[in-house]
Design a binder for this molecule. Sequence first.
Ligand SMILES: NC(=O)c1ccc[n+]([C@@H]2O[C@H](COP(=O)([O-])OP(=O)(O)OC[C@H]3O[C@@H](n4cnc5c(N)ncnc54)[C@H](O)[C@@H]3O)[C@@H](O)[C@H]2O)c1
Ligand SMILES: [Zn+2]
Ligand SMILES: [Zn+2]
Length: 361
Amino acid sequence: MPYEVKGVVARAKGQEVSLETVVVPDPGPGEAVVNVQACGVCHTDLHYREGGINDDFPFLLGHEAAGVVEAVGPGVTEVAPGDFVILNWRAVCGQCRACLRGRPWYCFATHNATQKMTLKDGTVLSPALGIGAFQEKTLVAAGQCTKVSAEAPAQVAGLLGCGVMAGIGAAINTGGVTRGDSVAVIGCGGVGDAAILGASLAGAAKVIAVDVDDRKLDWARDFGATHTVNSRESDPVEAIRDLTGGFGADVVIEAVGRPETYKQAFFARDLAGTVVLVGVPTPDMTLELPFIEVFGRGGALKSSWYGDCLPSRDFPMLIDLFLQNRLPLDKFVSETIEIEQVEEAFAKMHRGEVLRSVVTF
Ligand SMILES: NC(=O)c1ccc[n+]([C@@H]2O[C@H](COP(=O)([O-])OP(=O)(O)OC[C@H]3O[C@@H](n4cnc5c(N)ncnc54)[C@H](O)[C@@H]3O)[C@@H](O)[C@H]2O)c1
Ligand SMILES: [Zn+2]
Ligand SMILES: [Zn+2]
């Protein structure tokens, strides 16, 4: 019997989200239905609502989630009903050229559930990042469920499903931050603060946080920033160079997704340093850089899809570190909210009042 639940739907570009009845099919081959226990509100949900990702409205929002597997379809062996799982949005295929070369975190053929969730009138919904978890049950591909220790609270575990994993991974996986490095992070929302936490975890000696909001900079310190720069008050490139002996940082992580902040990252890194773009641009944006500087500065300009994470490797490890009090993931949870308050949470995010509002069920 298909399930009927209340889900948060974005019907049209820029329009406020609404609560709609969503039909969730029983899991088919390779699929699982998960009882969502918590789902964080990420900037990417707002990007969807604003038409910044694509035009496949209506969207079923929510994708930073954890919960318990309710049912699995035929042939599913990786998870079973009762497992506590974090949902991931890159279920690797094991068959594509990236997977076959032993680099599954780049998998070029990640997949979602085959069946569709719909409105009651049959309108097919596009689940955000193939998840759609602002509702108490959702349908995903079984490979999107990563089992972790059930001792972790769902509102904390769920955050690893997107922004926090993207940020930590941008530092430790994509950026390859290691002990002694100097690191700068531009944009200190949930993703940027997670990058700061990841850089500290990896042993960075200096972690410089840059934001336009002093409140965000205070929080950034709490996650391990050793220095902060308000880029409304001073030039961040100069400030980062001043703090690194005049040279620039070894790794600069851009966690805003705008050309001007990317340029700051580009010019604020040391020679042969690394820029990591984890912020997501919108399709209309373009970037102009002096080409000779791209060559002359050497190093690496990298993008970080989902923190180049491998959920089966990274989620259980990070949850274990949290349970050992070595990774304060709980600090990302600014508030827990009801499903009716997602629109309000977008406004709070916009005003910079929260790192993560988390819907709990
Ligand atoms: N690459 C990935 O896989 C991935 C995953 C999740 C989110 N993201 C993206 O990461 C970005 C950040 O997400 P978030 O949830 O942390 O958002 P957020 O809104 O919580 O944080 C953005 C931060 O950037 C700051 N900011 C804005 N303009 C700035 C400027 N000009 N200079 C410096 N700081 C500035 C804001 O004050 C805020 O603190 C978004 O683009 C989001 O879509 C990427
Ligand atoms: Zn693959
Ligand atoms: Zn997200």
